[in-house]
Design a protein around this ligand. Structure first.
Ligand code: MET
Ligand SMILES: [Zn+2]
Length: 759
C-alpha cells in the first residue's frame, strides 16, 4: 500500500429536516389549520434548508447533501416527482395533491403508511399500476441545488433509488394479478435518466441514489433490477457521478452486482453491515470504486469508537480506489445536537453524539492519518443481539382455561367494543404539563387535572356505550417516554426530537444503565378510573420490545438483555395493577415487527427472544386477568405466528389503514385467540362511515367466531379531537350492536328463519 493517498474526504448521507426546534412541524400544522399560507410554509422550509447547508459547510463538509428536506416524506416526494399520483388525489394545487396523498381529504382516505425498514420513521406507500404514466413532474431536487448554490454551497442531490422506490411501492388497486411495481422499472429509469441530465446541467457533480432495499433478501428478479437499473443509469449520455448508498445492513449478493455497473461510488453501512469487512468477495468487488465508508452510526446516539472506525477505514482503503469517511445511513433518525441537552448529566452528555456531533466525527476521522493504528485487528463486532442464555419467560394456563375464567369474570357480550388506550391529548393537558415543568403548577394541582381528565374520559365512554373502558392516558406525553421517565437506567432529552411521520416527532429516551422500576408507575391512574365506573377498565402498559425499540439502547449489552431488563419492570407493574383489582391489562407492542432483522437469517432468533420477553412481562397474570396486546403499522400478517406465541388473550391490530389486508390473508383463520382488527384509521381527521366499519367487521366475522372478534379503532386516539372521536366511536358502537344482534338472534327467531344469515 502506498504511504499516502489523497486525504479522504468526509460526508454524511442525510440530515434531520424537522428543524432544531421542530420549526417544520409548527409551520406544517399552522398551514393545515389555515393559520398560515403556502408561502409561509415554503419560507420556513427554505430557511431550514439554508441553515442546514450553512451549518454543514461550517463544520467542514465540502459537498453537503441536498434534497434531503421534505414537507412530509421523501418516498412521497419521489412519487410526486415521478407523477405517480393516483387520480383520486388529483385536483387543486400540487401542494393540495401532495398533502391529500399523505393525509387524505374529507372524502378520500390517504395512501397507506408504513415503517421505513427497521426504523420508527413512517413513509407513505406509493401506488403503482400498469398504467401509471411516469414523467418528470416537478423540480424539487433541481431547485434545492440552485437554492444552495445561491448561498455559495455546492451540494450533492439525494434521490431515492428506483429499485428501493419500486420495492416499497404497492400495486395499485385493480392491477392484474401477478403485477408488481418493479415491472415498471424501465419507465422509471427513463425518468431518472432525464432527471440526472437535468441535475448535471444544473451543475451537480455527484448524485446520491439511496438504495437501502439492497440490504434485504432480494429475489433474483430484484437483483436483476439492480443490474438493469444501474447499468442504464450509468450509460446515461450526460450525467453526474453516481453514488449508490446502501444502508441499514450489508448488501450481500447485491454488492458484486452493483459494483459490476458503471456507478462510480458505493455507500456501505459499516456499523450494522460490518460483516462486509469480513467478506473477501465483497471487498474484492470494491476494486476501482469510491467507497463512502459508513463508520459513524446514523442509528444511535453514541460517540464513535475511533479505533473500530479507523480499522474499518483501513480495510476498505486496501480494496477501494478511494475512500470517503461517511455516516452509516442518513442522520434522519437521530436528534440535532447533544450540546443542547444541558439538563443531562455531563458525564452522559460527553458520551453522546447527535447529528451535529456525528458530522464533526466524520470530518475528524477524515483528517486522521490513514495508518495511525498499525496492526489494529478487524473491527470487533458490536454486541450480539442475544446473549447465550436468557431468563425463563414463564407461562400461563392454556388459553381455553383462561378464556373461560375471563368470560365468567368479565361477562362481556360478543363483539366487545373498546379503544386502544389514549384519548385526545388536548391543549389543556399540554399546557398543564408545561406549567408543571415551569413550576407554575404544583404536582398536586397537575395530578388533579389529570384525574379530572380521566373522569371526563370514563364518563364519555359510558355515554358512548363502550364495553371495556380505558383511562385515556392523559398523563402520558408519549407511551415510551412516560415509562422512561419512571424507570432507572433511562435519560430523557429536552430537544432530542426525531421525525416519526409528517409533522409528528418523538423524543426517544436514552438507555444508559441497568433498568429498574423504583416504584409503581401507572397504578394510581388505573385505580382512579376503576373507582369511577362499574365497567371493566383496561390497564395500559407499553411492552418491553417497544420501550427499547423506541429508545436509543446502550451499546455495551446485547439488545435482548436490555429488553429483558425492561420486561422485568413491566412484569412488576402488571402484578401491581392486578393487586389493585384491574382485570384487563393491555401491554402494547406496536414495535414488535420493527426490530425484526431485515434479512431472513436472524429473524427466528429475534422473534424467539422478543416473544420470550413479552411472556416474561405478562406470564405472572392470573387466569382470569385478560391480557391484551396491540400492534400497529406492523404488517402484522407477516408475524401472526409470533403474535400468537405472545400468548395474549386479545390482540388488536391496525387493519383499516391497510385496507383489511390482515383479514384477507390466510394466517388470520388459524388465529386462536381474540383479535381486534382496527375498524377505522385514526391517522386522519376523517370520520368513518358505518358502512366502512360494517364491511371490516363482516370480514373479521368471516374468519373468526363473534366471541373472539373485538371492535376497536386501528390505534390510540391521542392525535384526534374530541368531536371526531365522539362521532367515530358512536358509529363504531352502533355497528357493533347491530351485528351482535344479527350474529346471535334469539333462539326462537333463529329456528323460524334459518336463512337469516344471508347478507
Ligand atoms: C402506537 S400504539 C399506541 C397505543 C397506546 N395505548 C395508545 O392508545 O396511544
Ligand atoms: Zn397503535
Amino acid at each position: 500500500m502506498t504511504a499516502e493517498r489523497t486525504p479522504p474526504a468526509a460526508t454524511i448521507l442525510g440530515y434531520p429536516r424537522i428543524g432544531p426546534r421542530r420549526e417544520l412541524k409548527h409551520a406544517l400544522e399552522a398551514y393545515w389549520a389555515g393559520r398560515a399560507t403556502a408561502d409561509d410554509l415554503h419560507r420556513t422550509g427554505r430557511r431550514l434548508r439554508e441553515q442546514t447547508w450553512r451549518r454543514l459547510a461550517a463544520l467542514g463538509l465540502a459537498t453537503p447533501p441536498s434534497n434531503t428536506f421534505s414537507l412530509y416524506d421523501h418516498v412521497l416526494d419521489t412519487a410526486a416527482l415521478l407523477d405517480a399520483v393516483p387520480d383520486r388525489f388529483r385536483g387543486g394545487t400540487a401542494l393540495d395533491t401532495y398533502f391529500a396523498m399523505a393525509r387524505g381529504t374529507g372524502t378520500v382516505p390517504p395512501l397507506r403508511m408504513t415503517k421505513w425498514f427497521d426504523t420508527n420513521y413512517h413513509y407513505i406507500v406509493p401506488e403503482i399500476g400498469p398504467d401509471t404514466a411516469f414523467r418528470l413532474a416537478g423540480d424539487k431536487p433541481l431547485a434545492e441545488v440552485r437554492e444552495a448554490r445561491r448561498i455559495g454551497v455546492a451540494t450533492r442531490p439525494v434521490l431515492l433509488g428506483p429499485v428501493t422506490f419500486l420495492l416499497l411501492a404497492q400495486a395499485a388497486p385493480g392491477a392484474p394479478a401477478g403485477f408488481a411495481p418493479l415491472d415498471r422499472l424501465g419507465d422509471v429509469v427513463a425518468v431518472y435518466r432525464e432527471l440526472l441530465a437535468a441535475l448535471a446541467a444544473e451543475g451537480a457533480g455527484q448524485v446520491q441514489l439511496d438504495e437501502p432495499a439492497l440490504v434485504t433478501d432480494l429475489t433474483p428478479a430484484a437483483l436483476t433490477a439492480v443490474e438493469t437499473c444501474y447499468s442504464r443509469l450509468g450509460r446515461s449520455p450526460s450525467r453526474p457521478e453516481l453514488l449508490v448508498a446502501t444502508y441499514f445492513g450489508h448488501p450481500g449478493a447485491a454488492l458484486p452486482v452493483l459494483a459490476g455497473t458503471p456507478v462510480e461510488a458505493i455507500g456501505l453501512d459499516l456499523v450494522r453491515g460490518a460483516q462486509t469487512l469480513a467478506d473477501p468477495a465483497a471487498l474484492a468487488a470494491l476494486a476501482g470504486k469510491t467507497v463512502v465508508a459508513g463508520v459513524v452510526s446514523g442509528r444511535d446516539v453514541w460517540r464513535t469508537d475511533r479505533d473500530r472506525a479507523l480499522a474499518a477505514l483501513r480495510t476498505v482503503r486496501e480494496h477501494a480506489a478511494q475512500v470517503v469517511v461517511g455516516t452509516s445511513c442518513p442522520l434522519l433518525h437521530v436528534p440535532y445536537d447533544a450540546e443542547a441537552e444541558t439538563g443531562l448529566d455531563p458525564a452522559l452528555r460527553r458520551r453522546l453524539a447527535f447529528a451535529e456531533q456525528k458530522v464533526a466525527e466524520v470530518v475528524e476521522l477524515a483528517g486522521l492519518p490513514a495508518r495511525s493504528a498499525p496492526g489494529t485487528p478487524l473491527p470487533a463486532a458490536p454486541p450480539p443481539a442475544a446473549p447465550a442464555t436468557l431468563p425463563e419467560p414463564g407461562s400461563r394456563a392454556p388459553y381455553q382455561v383462561r378464556a373461560a375464567a375471563q368470560a365468567a369474570h368479565l361477562r362481556l357480550p360478543d363483539l366487545p367494543t373498546t379503544t386502544i388506550g389514549s384519548f385526545p391529548q388536548t391543549g389543556d393537558l399540554r399546557a398543564a404539563r408545561a406549567a408543571l415543568a415551569a413550576g407554575r403548577l404544583t404536582a398536586a394541582e397537575y395530578e388533579e387535572r389529570v384525574r379530572a381528565k380521566i373522569e371526563h374520559v370514563v364518563r364519555l365512554q359510558e355515554r358512548l356505550g363502550l364495553d371495556v373502558l380505558v383511562h385515556g392516558e392523559p398523563e402520558r406525553n408519549d407511551m415510551v417516554q412516560y415509562f422512561a421517565e419512571h424507570l432507572d437506567g433511562f435519560a430523557v432529552t429536552r430537544h432530542g426530537w426525531v421525525q416519526s411521520y409528517g409533522s409528528r416527532c418523538t423524543r426517544p429516551p436514552i438507555i444508559h444503565g441497568d433498568v429498574r422500576r423504583p416504584a409503581p408507575i401507572t397504578v394510581r391512574w388505573a385505580r382512579h378510573a376503576r373507582s369511577l365506573t362499574e365497567r371493566p377498565v383496561k390497564g395500559m402498559l407499553t411492552g418491553p420490545v417497544t420501550i427499547v425499540a423506541w429508545s436509543f439502547p446502550r451499546p455495551d449489552l446485547p439488545l435482548a438483555q436490555v429488553v429483558f431488563q425492561v420486561a422485568e419492570a413491566v412484569r412488576a407493574e402488571v402484578a401491581d395493577l392486578e393487586a389493585a383489582g384491574v382485570s384487563v391489562i393491555q401491554v402494547d407492542e406496536p414495535a414488535l415487527r420493527e426490530l425484526l432483522p431485515l434479512r431472513r437469517a436472524g429473524q427466528d432468533e429475534y422473534l424467539a427472544w422478543a416473544v420470550a420477553a413479552y411472556r416474561r412481562a405478562t406470564s405472572g397474570a392470573a387466569d382470569r386477568t385478560q391480557i391484551h396486546t396491540h400492534l400497529c403499522y406492523s404488517d402484522a400478517e407477516q408475524i401472526l405466528a409470533a403474535v400468537d406465541a405472545l400468548d395474549a388473550d386479545v390482540t388488536s391490530v391496525e387493519s383499516a389503514r391497510s385496507d383489511g389486508r390482515i383479514l384477507a390473508g390466510p394466517a388470520v383463520r388459524g388465529f386462536a385467540r381474540g383479535l381486534g382488527p382496527g375498524v377505522y384509521d385514526i391517522h386522519s381527521p376523517r370520520v368513518p362511515t358505518g358502512a366502512e366499519i360494517e364491511k371490516s367487521l363482516r370480514a373479521a366475522l368471516d374468519a373468526l367466531p363473534a366471541a373472539r372478534v373485538w371492535v376497536n379503532p386501528d390505534c390510540g386516539l391521542k392525535t384526534r379531537a374530541y368531536a371526531e372521536v365522539e362521532a367515530a366511536l358512536t358509529t363504531m358502537v352502533a355497528v357493533a350492536r347491530r351485528l351482535r344482534a344479527e350474529a346471535a338472534p334469539d333462539p326462537g327467531q333463529a329456528a323460524e328463519a334459518p336463512a337469516a344469515s344471508e347478507k
